[in-house]
Design a protein around this ligand. Structure first.
Ligand code: GLP
Length: 257
């Protein structure tokens, strides 16, 4: 795994946008695996700016999102389809039909998982972008006693509910379940870009980088993938720096401060 230490969230977002831009320059019709949430928000803003001001052409890419809240339709403002359309697809002129997001409002969610998994298997991501939740989740793969292989329905962990409640109106009922691609689906990507920012992620970042590989911290499995770049800012690395600073210097390919 290559670790890039970013000064702060702004630098993390710029480095992430550089990596996506390079991917698209090399292969204009790249398939990008995407996530939503706070971690990639600055990267999307920067990609939109580059597409508007610098002629970055993203119009040929396709997009496969990792997850969606159960029960929300794509036009619900808190749905992940809505987030992607408004923050990335529309402003970058990426046709909506080239973006796949699980249908959270499907009548039969089990069937929707099977459909989505088949689609993901036939469209492996050239670059899978990921954030990491406070539980160590990737996509919505919460801590479990095993690594789930394919797309499935998940019950959200209490910490995840608490972290994501901020995005919902007060009094609004937040979904308690989601549809997510599996760990196997994510590990099928050719390259992976993991973004982690902020002191609230410092403890889980320590467990991600220094703890044992376990489904109790799902992101740890990424250490087995052959082509992962993790861009992590200094605030998120504060516990690693305190407890095992040598990790930051020894990791192959890591950029020293
Ligand atoms: C969310 C999403 C994930 C995201 C992760 C981290 O709830 N379902 O796709 O990557 O949790 O979120 P954030 O970047 O907002 O911390």
């Amino acid at each position: 795994m290559k670790l890039i230490i970013a000064e702060d969230y702004t630098e993390l977002s710029r480095i992430a946008a550089d990596i996506v831009e390079n991917q698209v320059l090399l292969k204009p019709d790249s398939c990008l695996g995407t996530v939503t949430g706070g971690s990639p928000a600055g990267m999307y803003l920067e990609l939109v700016r580059r597409s508007r001001e610098e002629g970055l052409d993203l119009s040929e890419i396709s997009v496969i999102n990792t997850d969606e809240y159960a029960g929300l339709s794509g036009d619900h403002p808190q749905s992940y389809r809505y987030y992607l359309e408004h923050r990335f697809l529309d402003p970058c002129k990426i046709p909506g039909e080239r973006a796949a997001v699980p249908r959270g409002d499907a009548g039969d969610l089990e069937q929707e998982c099977r459909r989505y998994e088949a689609f993901c298997r036939s469209h492996p991501a050239d670059l899978q972008i990921l954030g990491m939740g406070h539980t160590g989740h990737i996509g919505f793969n919460e801590p479990e006693d095993h690594f789930p292989e394919g797309s499935h329905i998940v019950s959200l962990a209490p910490e995840t509910m608490a972290a994501n409640a901020a995005y919902f109106e007060s009094g609004e009922q937040m979904p308690t379940q989601a549809v997510t691609v599996g760990i196997g689906t994510i590990m099928g990507a050719k390259r992976i870009l993991l973004l982690v920012s902020g002191s609230s992620k410092a403890e889980i970042t320590y467990r991600f980088l220094c703890g044992k590989i376990t489904p109790r911290v799902p992101a740890t499995i990424l250490r087995f993938h052959p082509a992962v770049t993790a861009v992590i800012d200094k605030d998120a690395l504060s516990v690693v720096r305190e407890k095992e600073p040598e990790r930051l210097d020894l990791r192959a390919g890591g950029r020293k401060e």
